[in-house]
Design a binder for this molecule. Sequence first.
Ligand SMILES: Cc1ncc(COP(=O)(O)O)c(C=O)c1O
Length: 436
Amino acid sequence: MSGARDLRLWHPFTQQGAEPPPPIVCNAQGVYFETQDGRKILDAISSWWVNIHGHSHPAIAEAVALQAARLEHVLFAGFSHEPAEELAARLGKIMPSPLRHVFFSDDGSTAVEVALKLAVQYWANCGRPQKRKIVALEHAYHGDTAGAMSVSDDSPFTAPFESMRFPVLRTDSAYCAHCPVGLARATCHIECLDKLAKLLAEQADEIAAVIVEPLLQGAGGMIVHPEEFLAGVRRLTAAHDVLLIADEVLTGFGRTGRMFACERAGVVPDLMCVAKGLTGGFLPLAATFTTDRVHDAFTGGDRSRTFFHGHSYTANPIACAAANASLQIFENEPVFERIAAIENAHAARLPAFASDPRVADARRIGTVAAIELAVPDAGYLSSLRPRLYAYYLSRGVLLRPLGNVVYILPPYVITPNELNFVYDVIRDSLAVAFPS
Ligand SMILES: Cc1ncc(COP(=O)(O)O)c(C=O)c1O
């Protein structure tokens, strides 16, 4: 071995060599990052949708420090620990009551992998191994691991990995701005469900589960679905004895104005995935919830019924302590009042964008608002995106447009003034996007 070499960082979703060196963040408080070169950047996207109570919240920081000094980790197979037991009890209070079992993992993608594997093994354990196909939506995004990539829709993210993706049955998304069946929301009857109805009528004997991002498809373009669509998916899956997986990795913990998006549609899925906001954005931790029905198919004397799945850091005690502290903040602080204030700000500012001819669609749900710009090269690789991203950073705001879709997804502690500033910057950016 010869002398020290300079090991270069390879950043996620970042083209090597094509982008300027990233700012080095050395501090974060509330909605602001502070960089080594003295800049202050307003985090308008909750640091990839994970932060909820503001950065470096002292109660979570303290819980993490205390837990790290007491018990940093113990394998979760054959052992348990207080932070996980407490977290299960806390989550039990906020989950719909049929979801009585929780399987921990590390991040959103693994929570989805767990749900898919549970669904497929559930039917095998029930003596129906032919029920193993998965139905997923157009525009879906469920993560970057192989299974999660398979159920995600085809995109520049998945194109190089076609050979690694298992086949999936694809059905329409309720993308009202570009209705897949050519209707208008004001007069339609959610006919975009018809394709799913047909798939289930013809193939339910071979289908294990339908997976959806409830009410809000995130990385696919912040697409907001009518509640009737989700309710219809639940009705159809129940009628055809197919499991419903709700991927609440993005929507969980208040993003859509309720603790979970499914609540808004009065839906209880058979499996639910959460991650991102679970620890308040401090540490990676995910969970997949399920019902007695699914869980009980894994019990009994036959050891081949076991769910042979786990990760080294499953239910890490420090991550569980962070999650407990975050859920305590929901009880101690006026979190849903903050969420309502964000909803009000979106309601006040979004209409001006909706009526702008440069905007194809403006939509919102809960704390999330999205402005889809009308460009010829719409999509994730839109040429607009790098220009806008750089412009926003130059104005001290972190916004990462999904191609031609600019969205705001802030930590709940953002103030109306700060949110108005973000909207002003987006308004100004239209001149950058569409120079005259
Ligand atoms: C709905 C949804 N599911 C799954 C994931 C994957 O989560 P992670 O990046 O934590 O693996 C994401 C990430 O954006 C997501 O939005």
